[in-house]
Write a protein that binds this ligand. Structure first.
Ligand code: SF4
Ligand code: FES
Length: 263
């Protein structure tokens, strides 16, 4: 197995693991934004830059997608690496100057503000990392959102900036957004989930036993379709909230508790 010596700490990793994997194993923090283990790594944010020692010369590389194929010596804390990451953060802050999550990360990296002009109000908050579009396409197979516009007008949006018919209201995009730009709103009056700012709405499933709202109806349908379970009991349980599903499963087992203290 190749080794990575990272800020003086030597660890062994599987061939083709990344420098980021090695850093995690060594207990060394590298800031990331566009990295998520659930999707392929786009390496768009450039925040994870480290300095790779090639013997005669040194090179800045992105840790999240640099594969370890031989023994490497890497510096996370060299002046050049720290300065490079701070420069990237300053650019990101210009894009989303009021974003709380981004400002917290910036402070952790020693960056208090950006020297660059900030974008207009309408484009604020999204750092264009691409995680939301990747999870929608790669994990859900949907591509309900994508990049639109160029230069400073570039943004993530649904086609024609209208609610997308491909959106099933699963909220995966909101779950992976590293800076909390995508919000899930529940409309109690209409019983709908809204994925903001994409304007997508979907009806929420109502638990057939207790009336509680659960996942969106298209998500429930998708689960049933993908499971390919031709089992009526499974179909019925899929239309229950988690608590009622648990009770029903327990009842099916003759009242045996599935969780401590409850039946
Ligand atoms: S909305 Fe969030 S996940 Fe999507 S590109 Fe912008 S920052 Fe990344
Ligand atoms: S986390 Fe590595 S480039 Fe974004």
């Amino acid at each position: 197995m190749p080794t990575v010596t990272i800020d003086g700490v030597r660890v062994e990793v599987e061939k083709d693991a990344t420098i980021l994997d090695a850093a995690k194993k060594a207990g060394i923090w590298i800031p990331t934004l566009c990295y998520h283990p659930a999707v392929s790594t786009p390496a768009t944010c450039r925040l994870c830059m480290v300095e790779l020692d090639r013997g005669d010369w040194k090179q800045l590389v992105t840790a999240c997608n640099y594969p370890v194929r031989r023994d490497l010596v890497v510096s996370v804390s060299s002046e050049r690496a720290v300065h490079a990451r701070q420069g990237v953060m300053e650019l990101l802050l210009a894009r989303a100057p009021d974003n709380t999550a981004l400002k917290t990360l910036a402070r952790r990296m020693g960056v208090e503000q950006t020297p660059y002009p900030t974008v207009t109000q309408s484009q604020r908050d999204c750092i264009l990392c691409g995680l939301c579009t990747a999870v929608c396409e790669e994990v859900l197979g949907r591509a309900a959102i994508g990049f639109a516009g160029r230069g400073p007008d570039r943004a993530v949006a649904a086609p024609f900036r209208q609610a997308s018919e491909d959106c099933i209201g699963c909220g995966a995009c909101a779950a992976v957004c590293p800076v909390g730009t995508i919000q899930i709103r529940i409309h109690e009056d209409s019983g709908e989930i809204e994925i903001s700012p994409f304007k997508s709405r979907a009806k929420l499933l109502v638990c057939e036993a207790c009336g509680a709202r659960t996942v969106s109806e298209p998500v429930a349908e998708e689960i049933l379709k993908k499971s390919k379970f031709d089992w009526e009991e499974f179909r019925q349980r899929a239309r229950l909230c988690p608590e009622c599903r648990r009770k029903r499963a327990a009842a099916a087992l003759g009242g045996v508790a599935t969780r401590a203290g409850k039946t």
